[in-house]
Design a binder for this molecule. Structure first.
Ligand code: FMN
Length: 215
């Protein structure tokens, strides 16, 4: 192994900040997620709402990328993107998906699995309106995930739509929100000696069943 690679193998950290037990976890994983999210905000974690979104294409091949959590309600976890992007096409072919948060400052990971659905046009409109004008123009200018010859294509598109719309930039039909409706949520709290705490909730009918997993 090269010197660089062997150095990577030596990177390790012991986790000692906190614990998670069955009582602390409670009976409602969305409530526990909300608590952990607020604690991550209080800890001033940067990009606290950044999460890995994993989807599968029609052939079952997985693809993962970061997106930003933009809402959480009783139904699920909301993010916004281009419906014609690679992820949009994957979700259309296979709605099963998963999200991962890693809040390293709190030695915590949350894994969420379920099915993705589109949010309503009204929900997408409301969020789109709240975005800065430049971001709204960006949604028009970028055919997300399509190969382009160079950066100039993007800049030209941006200016074209800026001229076309002026101040009043509508939401493109191909841009909007998705909601992941969770059926399984796992909370991981790092512990000493790799003896981590893992509590997983599985949805059964209208309620959640809780189990502890070996780390
Ligand atoms: C911190 C961060 C936040 C991001 N947030 C979003 C987002 O909310 N929506 C989005 O479409 N892409 C977001 N991206 C870009 C995606 O990771 C990805 O490059 C893009 O969505 C295209 O993915 P796809 O080709 O798999 O569809 C973000 C990237 C980073 C690094």
């Amino acid at each position: 192994m090269s010197q660089k690679a062997s150095h990577i193998a030596d990177i390790r950290r012991d986790y000692r900040m906190a614990a998670l037990d069955e009582v602390m976890a409670g009976d409602d994983p969305l409530m526990l997620f909300t608590t952990w999210f607020s604690e991550a905000e209080t800890a001033e974690i940067e990009e606290v709402n950044a999460m890995v979104l994993a989807t599968c294409d029609a052939e079952g091949k997985p693809h993962a990328r970061i997106v930003l959590l933009k809402g959480l309600d009783a139904k699920g976890f909301i993010f916004f993107t281009n419906y014609h992007s690679a992820k949009g096409r994957e979700i259309a072919a296979n709605p099963n998906a998963s999200l991962v948060f890693f809040w390293k400052e709190l030695e915590r990971q949350v894994r969420i699995e379920g099915k993705i659905e589109q949010v309503t046009a009204a929900e997408s409109d409301a969020y789109f309106r709240s975005r800065p004008a430049e971001s709204r123009l960006g949604a028009w200018a970028s055919a997300q995930s399509s190969p382009i010859s160079d950066r100039q294509v993007l800049e030209d598109n941006f200016h074209k739509y800026q001229q076309q719309f002026g101040e009043d930039i509508p939401r493109p039909d191909h841009w909007g929100g998705y909601r992941l409706v969770a059926t399984r949520i796992e909370f991981w709290q790092g512990r000493s000696n790799r003896m981590h705490d893992r509590i997983r909730f599985n949805q059964t009918g209208n309620s959640w069943k809780k189990e502890r997993l070996a780390p």
